[in-house]
Design a protein around this ligand. Structure first.
Ligand SMILES: Nc1nc2c(ncn2[C@@H]2O[C@H](COP(=O)(O)OP(=O)(O)O)[C@@H](O)[C@H]2O)c(=O)[nH]1
Ligand SMILES: [Mg+2]
Length: 231
């Protein structure tokens, strides 16, 4: 009987992606460019938060470009361009996440050395993007108040892989049954080192702490590059 060889596709794909992601992370570290991956379900407020964040960071002299991931359309990239932000649109044509190879392709359209930060707006869902390392130095997820506080129970992997949780649209909290304490407890159980911010991009509440966290990531990458140059 002929020998049957089995190839575990998912393992192979994820391990190839992880290798490329590590190379991208190192390359961007060398150019002093902080790569931030922003993930959430559709409509949780990624584009709005990024626009407000970029606006505030610009006042601190921080230069940002954005990679927009969408299954279809260039709507978010157009919003970025209208706000004077350099944006590259990745249209996945059905794929529900971005991977390191797609980010590498987008970087061909940017000169990373020209930016202190490149932010990735990942494809909107709480499942697939969690599995694929994009090469980001830090990963963030948004959970908006209208989605409900039980999502850490339903999508645990996403809460496990991120460095930061932004509870977004907190202006909807008054009168809602969203239980912040329950969310914080479940998220911390899944990820004890998770940083949590409560933010309304609409009112500006909580934006300062979130922007400080992003700026800290940018500084970390710049310091690492300068340290390497000193060697
Ligand atoms: N009330 C409120 N609405 C928000 C906030 N952030 C975003 N939105 C609205 O939520 C909708 C989806 O936001 P968007 O940024 O496009 O979400 P994305 O699909 O995750 O990029 C838009 O109508 C935004 O104006 C917020 O902090 N408060
Ligand atoms: Mg968007």
């Amino acid at each position: 009987m002929a020998e049957i060889r089995t190839i575990d596709i998912k393992e192979a794909v994820l391990s190839e992606n992880a290798g490329l992601a590590d190379r991208l992370r190192r390359r961007l570290m060398e150019s002093g460019t902080f790569l931030l991956d922003v993930m959430s379900s559709p409509g949780a407020g990624k584009t709005t938060l990024l626009l407000e964040t970029i606006h505030r960071l610009r006042e601190r002299g921080i230069r940002t470009a954005v990679i927009e991931g969408d299954i279809e359309s260039t709507v978010d990239a157009e919003k970025m361009a209208a706000a004077g932000v350099k944006a590259v649109q990745l249209r996945t044509g059905g794929a529900c996440h971005l991977d390191a190879a797609m980010i590498e392709a987008a970087l061909h359209e940017l000169a990373p050395g020209d930016y202190d930060m490149i932010a990735i707006e990942n494809v909107g869902n709480l499942v697939c993007p969690a599995e694929f390392d994009t090469g980001a130095h830090r990963r963030t997820m948004l959970l908006s108040v209208p989605e409900g506080h039980d999502k850490a129970l339903k999508y645990p992997l996403m809460f496990t892989v991120v460095d930061c949780l932004v509870v977004s649209k907190t202006d909807y909290l008054p009168g809602s049954d969203f239980d912040l304490a329950a969310l914080r407890a479940e998220a911390r159980r899944l990820n004890p080192t998770l940083t949590v911010f409560e933010v309304s991009a609409r009112t500006g509440d909580g934006m300062q702490g979130w922007c400080d966290w992003v700026a800290d990531g940018i500084r970390g990458v710049a310091d690492a590059r300068d340290g390497a140059l000193d060697c």
